[in-house]
Write a protein that binds this ligand. Sequence first.
Ligand code: NAD
Ligand code: 6OD
Length: 484
Amino acid sequence: MKSILNYIDGQFVRGKREFADVNPADGTLIAQVTEADAGLVDDAVAAARRALQGEWGTLGPRERAARLQKVADAIESRFDCFVEAEVKDTGKPKALACRLDVPRAAANFRVFADAVKMAGLESFQTETPDGQRALNYAVRKPLGVVAVITPWNLPLLLLTWKVAPALACGNAVVVKPSEETPATATLLAEVMQEAGIPKGVYNVVHGFGPNSAGEFLTRHPDVDAVTFTGESRTGAAIMKAVAPSVKPVSFELGGKNAAVVFADCDFEETVNGLSEAVFLNTGQVCLCIERVYVERVIFERFVIALKEKAESLRLGSPMDESTNLGPLISAQHRDKVLSYYKLAREEGAAVVTGGGIPEFGNALDKGFYVQPTIYTGLAESARCVKEEIFGPVCHIAPFDADDEAVAMANDTKYGLAASIWTTNLKRGHRMAHQMNVGITWVNCWFLRDLRTPFGGVGLSGIGREGGIHSLNFYSELNNICVRL
Ligand code: NAD
Ligand code: 6OD
């Protein structure tokens, strides 16, 4: 049986306990993962601290950027290995991992390698009211040891989205990937070695959250900052853990994202776009749309069209090129999604399509699949309209006026993303300005430029990453004031 090990100070290290890495497509065992106990987490943090005092700490942005480009090269040269590992761990369609996850991992390193070389810093020529003159300028220093804690839905994409800028800024990292998807973070360790990233700069500890590697890391007194992507509740627990030492945090959390569809939209483009926005990665993307508001005059037509689209999606083996939808990540997560399917019926939903488990008549019946599902008819106060489900499911409701659509879209404690569909761009801009979220897409969804600010409001997160925003989080800006 394959083992997945921790990676500490340039060495693959076994822990005392193991847990299973399961393929969600058929429930088979992929590997045994070795869990890091508190001692191994200490070792990883200490290795990262030493690395900052060694060669890594002497490199300037240009040399760090050159090494990050080598990391990107090495990811690309092992493209198929990363795809295979990601597909086995997550059950996502191979075509999606080839199109999204692995290219984005390489792009994350390239973009932040370029960004750190290009980034300017503020400077001011100062004249005080009493006639003193000075030059003020800011310099960028690493934060130190950064803990990176990531979820299972886009494991490599989300890990590298944080590791790349952290390293670009000269930090050393200890990463704790999700217990459900440990493989690609570990494969990345081999890539780091090949690319000449010094030992101790990139460390991986495996395990769970509470009373395991996740908590040991966030409570660690020698960790300087925590960057986290995952559930809002976990973000709250981490915030509590870091509060006594007042560490900087960057949180990308959950969402209950809304789309607003106007009668003047390009209908076919909108149905295709929303099919992707609701069902991509089996609905397991924090940006996925779970609430769709449609202008009443096209409501019935839209519901039928999205239903046809959902029913045309092929559920199947992730390795099959024609598969559109893989399984959910785990039996536990499937139980959660199915509990919402049941709750929706109890709350009075009309089931437009789906609502159950597909049958394959083969090994996939042991996998954690659910049907893509569409509901209508729920009250806006229903739990299924308010709570993040994180599955291939949406509720569609009609609206009559722009203001009503804005009010319904914003009636949530989350605030990650919104998507507006209209051919009237003036209206598109106006609606976008009124969305209480971090990111609004108009006539598109999940179209990314890695230089733009990314993050959420409310329960969806704290802070912004992307481009200069990442560089600013992963560095301490020191201001120097020289009297002239
Ligand atoms: P999760 O919060 O359960 O776990 C995320 C990570 O945190 C895992 O590595 C886990 O082991 C660790 N963890 C759990 N409890 C911890 C604790 N007390 N201390 C330290 N670490 C702890 O999230 P998940 O189920 O893996 O991912 C799904 C969730 O992530 C959804 O809510 C989704 O919306 C959210 N998400 C958000 C974004 C975003 O960019 N906003 C991106 C992806 C996923
Ligand atoms: O595209 C990104 O940079 C990003 N952080 C996406 C998050 C997706 C959530 O599942």
